[in-house]
Write a protein that binds this ligand. Structure first.
Ligand code: FAD
Length: 283
């Protein structure tokens, strides 16, 4: 079992990883070597101390070099579920389970807000994980909203199971071209149903579906981890970056504004120290 499971490779995650390494903790870090689209996409960063006027791309390179030189490994997996177990946490990456005594959430904020009905029908026809729930929709009709090209392999997987896929891509340069996939270039307004999700509402029509997949890079924190206290979509933490759940810490944009690298880096450092202290106290 790991001491810490660190989730997210943005500025907060990088800072927490460097601190955990310095503190000699046994941790697993989930994310990707591209780090974060929010790090890379900034044109010119003017307010980050020590690295004046660099671009987001340059910042990513500097962060990655530091991570590599500290011999820190990134596990290239997306976390699809977190579970409180007997005094520790289970971390699900599609069908693979990992265990850690503490978790640090550095998952950023998803700019796409949940649509009406989305959170209400989670587990009742709405899913965030293709490989976890795709098999439930063999030969059925599903709708898939996808926010990132990097998740296209999940759409292909769903299309290999379902009879029909209505795809709403929220990104440019869609490369999916499959017989049973039909693209709708519009964001759905609402998910409606009774006991379970049954239809998707658009401005000019409704489509009937057996299930809806919302493929996003960052899952709403309270959906990712049941019981996590949130306010306005942000994880509620105290000054030690502790959430309401024992052994669970959060840092960066996911804890609230200002959305800035400096704040994310500072909180990542605090969260790592707090997790280490929690472990040292044997809690
Ligand atoms: C265009 C642009 C320009 C900006 N310019 C500036 C600037 O000049 N100065 C400034 O201070 N700030 C700027 N910002 C804000 C800054 O980018 C953010 O505040 C900062 O990136 C926050 O870091 P973070 O680690 O909290 O989150 P993020 O950088 O968003 O990183 C979160 C990471 O977690 C990953 N993740 C989420 N969920 C999971 C999961 N379940 N499993 C695995 N990984 C997951 C995401 O994919 C992402 O890689 C800018 C933002 C943008 C978009």
């Amino acid at each position: 079992m790991y001491d810490v499971a660190l989730i997210g490779t943005g500025a907060a995650g990088v800072s927490a990883a460097l601190t955990l390494k310095a503190l000699n903790k046994n941790f697993i870090w989930f994310g990707s070597r591209s780090l974060s689209s929010k790090i890379s996409s900034a044109e010119k960063i003017r307010n980050y101390p020590g690295l004046p006027f660099i671009s987001g791309g340059e910042m990513r390179e500097v962060f990655l070099r530091q991570v590599d030189e500290m011999d820190i490994e990134i596990t290239p997996k997306n976390v699809t579920g977190l579970y409180q177990m007997d005094g520790h946490y289970g971390i699900l990456c599609n069908k693979e389970m990992f265990e850690a005594k503490t978790v640090i959430l550095c998952t950023g904020v998803e700019s796409v807000k949940p649509i009406p009905g989305e959170l209400e029908f989670v587990g009742r026809g709405v899913s965030y994980c293709a490989t976890c729930d795709g098999f439930l929709y063999k030969n059925k009709t599903i709708a898939v909203e996808c926010t990132s090209k990097e998740l296209e392999h999940e759409i292909e997987y769903l299309a290999s199971l379902a009879a029909k896929v209505w795809l709403m891509p929220m990104y440019k340069d869609v490369e999916i071209s499959l017989e049973n996939v039909e693209i709708i270039k519009e964001k759905p307004l609402e998910i409606r149903g009774g006991q379970k999700a049954e239809k998707l509402v658009f401005s000019d029509r409704e489509i009937e579906v057996d299930g809806v997949f919302m493929l996003k890079q960052a899952i709403t924190p309270s959906v990712l981890l049941n019981g996590l206290d949130t306010a306005d979509g942000h994880i509620v933490v105290d000054r030690s970056c502790a959430s309401n759940l024992k052994g669970c810490y959060a840092a960066g944009d996911c804890t609230g504004r200002p959305y800035q690298y400096a704040k994310a880096v500072g909180e990542g450092n605090i969260a790592a120290h707090s997790a280490a202290e929690y472990l040292a106290n044997g809690k």
